[in-house]
Design a protein around this ligand. Structure first.
Ligand code: ATP
Ligand code: MN
Ligand code: MN
Length: 371
């Protein structure tokens, strides 16, 4: 380790594990610095530099080697002048003046705290900050503030849902969702997606795609699942959004991060007894349960492959993939379809077949059966 790192007490204690210093790779320091900068610009609604730092962070994340000299990053994409100067400062001194200034800024700290509540975005956080509110107790004690249902749940379950969800917990939730689906329709299925599908050990929520092998029958699936969770007494919060998917309106030419499929954002009660090895929370274990955020999306099965691709993430990977499709392949990719823009107008209305999984095979078989 460079000597100056070891001498920096706050840095040193931050990477002590069981009393032993663990080498924090400089690359991770730089990556974190980029994320802070991106968030700072997001809070200030400056999109350009926000995306630039996000991209720079994800480039570093993808490297298989450690960064020791600025020269070594020559030729890497998405590293602009500003990213490089932050990187150089950290390589030389182990810290970035600019990032430290942001981290100690009251506005940044407050917005970071407020947006950590489920249902509170940068706009609401900013509004509360401008009114002089600085803490959760400030917000909860302010009579003129009206919290919507989502924010109320966000505060109520704050401790639980800000604690990471473990893989064992995700598996237990997978069983719960799977059982609910199968009780509704024997050939329906739930597939794990999001961060856990990418192999992450922990997540902020658990994401599932639920569907049936016959197009159209997914229509009532989500509302039936919600009803079942309610019957089981484990539905703590539910924000259901009905499908607005309209095949005839495809492709949508404007960039859409969201899709039009039926989906719901839930908070579920996960009982300790359902999780191998117990819950990822000490209080939860003594209480016997914890609250967990769960997202469900329910596309028609012929859109399954695109939904799976879109919901697997990460958000940055999805952005890059869409950009690649557009600029390198002249194709349009979203959660609904992949379109070939080089084909004539008739053809371009038809999605490129990208079905490469069991669901797809099922769908093609049933299409064939129908002749
Ligand atoms: P984490 O472990 O923090 O949950 P994650 O990658 O699973 O990480 P999510 O926010 O759960 O993050 O999102 C998973 C994926 O689903 C992302 O790729 C995101 O683009 C997509 N996604 C999330 N919400 C929606 C939505 N409302 N509409 C369309 N896609 C969404
Ligand atoms: Mn997720
Ligand atoms: Mn999610």
């Amino acid at each position: 380790l460079p000597m100056m790192h070891v001498l920096d007490i706050s840095w040193f204690t931050a990477c002590m594990r069981e009393g032993r210093p663990v080498a924090v790779e400089t690359r991770h320091l730089i990556q974190d610095a980029f994320e802070v900068l991106a968030e700072f610009y997001e809070f200030n609604e400056v999109e350009g530099p926000c995306l630039a730092f996000r991209r720079a962070a994800s480039v570093l994340k993808s490297l298989a080697w450690s960064v020791r000299r600025l020269g070594a990053t020559e030729g890497l994409p998405c590293l602009g002048e500003r990213s490089k100067s932050v990187m150089e400062e950290i390589l030389q001194s182990g810290r970035s003046f600019e990032v430290e200034k942001i981290l100690s800024d009251e506005r940044y700290q407050t917005l970071k705290l407020f947006t950590s509540v489920f249902g509170v975005g940068p706009k609401t956080a900013e509004k509360w900050y401008r009114r002089g509110l600085r803490s959760f107790s400030d917000i909860l004690a302010e009579p003129s503030i009206h919290l919507n249902r989502m924010q109320q749940s966000g505060f109520r379950h704050y401790g639980d849902i800000s604690r990471a969800v473990s893989r064992a917990e995700a598996r237990a939730l997978g069983n719960i969702i799977d059982e609910a689906v199968r009780a509704i329709t024997a050939d329906g299925a739930a597939a794990l997606t999001g961060g856990f599908r990418r192999g992450k050990e922990f997540g902020h929520d658990v994401d599932f795609i639920v569907t049936t092998p016959e197009v159209g029958r997914e229509d009532r699936l989500l509302t039936d699942i919600i009803e079942s969770l309610k019957q089981q007494g484990i539905l703590l919060y539910c924000d259901y959004q009905a499908s607005t998917f309209d095949q005839s309106k495809l492709p949508s030419h404007k960039f859409e991060a969201m899709d039009h499929f039926a989906k719901c954002f839930l908070i579920l009660r996960l009982d300790c007894s359902r999780v191998d090895g117990g819950l990822n929370s000490v209080e939860g274990d003594s209480r016997g349960w914890r609250a967990v955020r769960v997202d469900l999306v329910s596309p028609p099965v012929d859109r399954y492959a695109f939904t799976l691709l879109g919901w697997t993430g990460s958000r940055q990977f999805e952005r890059d993939l869409r950009r690649f499709a557009r600029s390198e392949r002249r194709m349009l990719l979203d959660n609904h379809a992949l379109y070939d823009k080089t084909k004539d107008s008739d053809d371009s209305a038809r999605p490129v077949r990208l079905i490469s999984n069991a669901w797809g095979r099922e769908a093609r078989r049933s299409e064939r059966d129908k002749g």
